[in-house]
Design a protein around this ligand. Sequence first.
Ligand SMILES: Cc1ncc(COP(=O)(O)O)c(C=O)c1O
Length: 438
Amino acid sequence: MNSILRDAATRGARYLEDLETRSVAPSLEALERLSELGGAIPEKPTDPADVLALLDEVGSPATLASAGGRFFGFVISGSLPVALAANWLGSAWDQNAALVAASPVSAALEETALRWLVDVLDLPSSCGGAFVTGATMANFTALAAARHAVLEQAGWDVESDGLFSAPPVTVIVGEEAHPTLRKALGMLGFGRNRVVVVPVDGQGRMRAEALPAISGPTIICMQSGNINTGAMDPAVEICAAARSAGAWVHVDGAIGMWAAAAPERAHLVAGVADADSWATDAHKWLNVPYDSGLAFVRDPEHLRGAMALSAAYLPFGGQREPSEYTPELSRRARGIEVWAALRSLGRTGLADLIERTCRFAARFAEGVQSAGYAVLNDVVLNQVLVSFGDEETTDRVIAGIQADGTCWCGGTRNDLAGPVCDAHQRFVVGNHAKRCRA
Ligand SMILES: Cc1ncc(COP(=O)(O)O)c(C=O)c1O
């Protein structure tokens, strides 16, 4: 048994070393070879060592080298070595993170990591939290707590009685809310389109002065970190308007909430801590392996009210019972890698990671501009939007970059800015951090 695990570790380490030199995009030949992984289910067992070898020899070349330092697409990071190593050890532990009784170590790591996260993200110390798969599910989880709270306030038990005949809830979103936020709203029965849409400014920020008059059960979904521009909705104004009307404010901070951890960027998220719930990703800026999202709720009882199975799962021994805060019961122990990344980086390491990536983004933008191309956004965070001219030219440049394989940039569409090429500098940081610790 040990030899196959050692073989996997060797192959994994070699894969990461090769990222420095290989084409970022897989070759056509590598993609064609994927058929070797298909076919009918084998009739007889295969030697596990041969299965691993096949996976590596055919699978590794067909990956997009998104864990490496020349990948700038989507919002995809590269794991810190310590987080990846913790993930490997945690996979060996094979813990079920549902219950304290099923994994004391996972429960303890989650509690500590949550406390540290609340500290570095500058959230209220009262917050409860949940380790979920990503920001989509973090939005879902936090918005389930919001639904619980605003309907409880209106005298309705939504977990028991559902949404049919419930008092109507007004949901307010910005025009540039991430599509996954709308998806989360749909999954919660609010409807993807049964929302009040607030117009945005030229950077995709919700225009606070355009908020509608608020009355009755209301949830305002604001965004910290626009996917295209990195811009933040104006939290101070939104939270003040919500507070005076008794509305709930939820923050989709998949990208931008991490600005709070870097003293020089923290001003960008001023007022965000005044919200009621937050969603972010650890598999983005914290550079831990997939999948890892985080939901936070100011009053943990609202989260527990939405997610707990039954009284049978009440906390015991004074410890937080993990499954009372998540949609799932059985799940992998994601807190392991989050804990390891934070334990390794510390407060200053995390601040440096955030600040450094933002600086790289600014440098990237300067380089593109001095080469004669247009940067379409104010580079406040780590997103750089570049136009190479008209839509067709921009598309052609993006396709050329991807086919060349030296690096990888993705296209996006921003109704205000036109078609653009986005570059998420955090990937450089992921690699830089790897080199620092090698
Ligand atoms: C603002 C925002 N919200 C939500 C998401 C969805 O995150 P995930 O893919 O982790 O579910 C993203 C992804 O980029 C995002 O940028």
